[in-house]
Design a binder for this molecule. Sequence first.
Ligand SMILES: [Zn+2]
Length: 295
Amino acid sequence: MTFQEGGSFEGGRVGTRRGVGGKGIAIGGGGIGAVLVTLLVMFLANQTGTDPNQLLNPGGVGGAAQEDVVGDCTVEQANTDRQCRLSATIQSLDAVWAGTLTGADAGQPAVWSFEGSTSTGCGNATSAVGPFYCPTDQSIYLDLGFFDQLTSQLGATGGPLAEEYVVAHEYGHHIQQVTGVMDRADRGGTGAESDSVRVELQADCYAGVWAGNAATTVDPDTGVTFLEPITQDELATALDAASAVGDDRIQAGSGGGVNPETWTHGSSAQRQKWFMVGYDAKKAAACDTFGTDDL
Ligand SMILES: [Zn+2]
C-alpha cells in the first residue's frame, strides 16, 4: 500500500490509446529533428540498440486508435492496478508541483497510456522507446508494459514506488519545459558532463522532489494526503529503478564496454544521487545540475 487510506481519484486525467496511432505528425526539420527529440526525451538510453529512427518516425501508417480515459479509481485500485496507479500518481504530481514550483506555472502535461504504438507531437512512437515526454505537445507517453521490462530486462526489483519514480521523472521533463530548461539546454550532445546528462539528472532530482512531498501534500479533492509516509524499503525500490536505468549499467548489461562519452542520462550512482538530492531538499531549487561541477 502506498496511497493513503481514505483517498480516491477522479477519472479523466489520463488518456488511454489502443491500436495503431493516427497519421504521423511531421515535426520541424523532419527525420533528424525526430532523432534529436528522441534522444532527448527517451527515458532509456537506447538500451535495445535500436535505431531511434525506427522508433519515432514522423509520418506513419494511418489508422484509427481507440481512445478512452482512465476512470474513477478507489485507493485500493490505485494500490493494485497500474492504470489507476498511473492516474493517482499523475494527480499527486499535479498537486505537488502546483504547490512547490516557484517562478513558473507548472501547468499540467497531458498523459497517454498507450499499447504498441501511438502518434505524438514528436512523431509516431512505439513502446520500444520506453516512457517519454514530448515537449512539442507537452505530453507524457508510456506503455505500462515498460514496468515489466524494468524488472525482466533491466533487472530492477520493481514495485509501486519504482513505477512512480519513472512517471515522476517524465513529469520532471515537463517542469523543465515550462521553466525553459528544455529550450536552453544543448540537448544534442552526449557525454558525462553534457547538457543531455544534466537534463536527465535534473529530471531524476525532480522525481525526488515529488517523492519527498507526496506524503505531506493533500489532495484538494479529498483532503487526504496522497501517499503514506515512504518507508526505507520503498525508497530502496525507487533508487534501485534509478540505478537500473543508469547509462553505465545499461552499457555493461548490453555486453559493450562502459563509455562515458556516449552517455545521455548519467550513471547509476548519479541517478540515485540526484533523486536523493530532490527527495531530501523537497524543492526544485536544489536540483541545479547545470550549476555544479560535481554531478
Ligand atoms: Zn528522461
